[in-house]
Ligand binder design. Sequence first.
Ligand code: BG6
Length: 493
Amino acid sequence: MIEVGEASSAFVIFGGTGDLSKRKLVPALYQLAKQGALSPSLAIVGTSRTHLSDQEFRNELHDALVRHSRTQPIDEAIWDALASRMRWVTTANDDGYAELGRVLDHLAVEKDTQGNRLFYLATPPSAYIPIITAIGRHSLASAASGWKRIVIEKPFGSDLTSARALSAALSLTFSEAEIFRIDHYLGKETVQNILVLRFANSIFEPLWNRRYIDHVQITVGECLGVEERANYYEQAGAMRDIVQNHLLQLLALVAMEPPASFGADAVRDEKVKVLRALRPIHPDEVAERAVRAQYGPGYIEGQRTAGYRQDEGVAPTSDTETYVALKCFIDNWRWQDTPFYLRTGKRLPRRSTEIAIQFHGAPHQMFGREASAGLEPNTLVLRLQPDEGISLTLGAKVPAQGVRIRSVNMEFMYGFDTGSPDSYETLVLDALQGDATLFMRRDEAEEQWSFVDPILRGWRAGNSTLPRYDAGTWGPTEADLLVARDGRAWRKP
Ligand code: BG6
């Protein structure tokens, strides 16, 4: 059983019956309740413009939980206890917000939330600023007699200017320590394990630098397309959807210096230093260092798949990228001139997120070229999903007379019998307990946009083409060339 922290609170979900609430937040709250990790005085308030009764709200969430819970069947007694703490308030106008204020005051007494208030924005991004402004106008946060916090989903803005505007709007009501910007990748067990691998072991650190590492490849590959999110994705594209947040966070975790502690600011200070040291890709450099592409029709696991432009809700002339590959450098003492190749794409052959650290080859091949023909460079691969684990490629002698070397893999499968919590379980609990280590600070989000904006500008200025790749392949030839020009090749995950 997890120890109960300062989690007594009103948990207000804006977009209470939206997709995120149904697929992630409520299943996370249910799992936490099941583990005994929620304070008995947590009250959940759902809200949006929709008119619902408390019971209708509970029923909708119950149906969603039955569909999305990671443990089945659901335990109805736990659900009933959770549902009894749920309220619905309609916030279609100022009267609705005033009512929300009254309900929160009332819950402080009725459910003993101790006057703590956590506001969770699980709405489309266009609603963020109107909601934040309404929270301020109705003093919903300042009236909290305990602590107040706000959790905000990605995308955090659509460029540096809008990210700054969003932070400025938030800062009128919340201090930076009260703002929890979500990147759900940071809640993944295997992503946190990057820090454990690097900093709880002593054998890697001496090798973790430009002297021993030839290059790093980070892949976030998905076989899914844009599903029902074409509206959002048409505006975002792979750069804003994955590179600006998940991929750059993974890069920062791999490349950062050891923090003094696992405290929120210690970790985030080190990550932000890496982001600041990223060598910019100027608009006129996009042709050499950045590739974007869009999937056309193809086959995934033998099934015919439509191209992006044929997907529902996508403009037939859309030039939104569904694939990005970048060649990045971190200009600091540890990493100078070591390429970090990043790539992400939708409709790739399979789902695979991994970080591959490729070491330099042995300086002298004393066994001769022929014996070493089957030898690959030592590579440490952190597989984040699926098949979570770590593997290390080593050269081994093939049993026979004479010497013939082949590469073999030393494997660790990340299979603990405790099972892995979903990232939202971790992040919701951390937010309730006020631990911001796994959330993005304002400066991180802004540095990420500072890196991404000039590339997007270069693309908008027409400084590169938008090649197609067939659905079910690992991306366009242009991406292969990006690494082939350096005498390297992408791994096949
Ligand atoms: C989200 C993106 O942030 O991450 C989605 O908006 C993407 O487009 C998803 O599919 C991938 O997350 P995961 O946890 O499935 O790797």
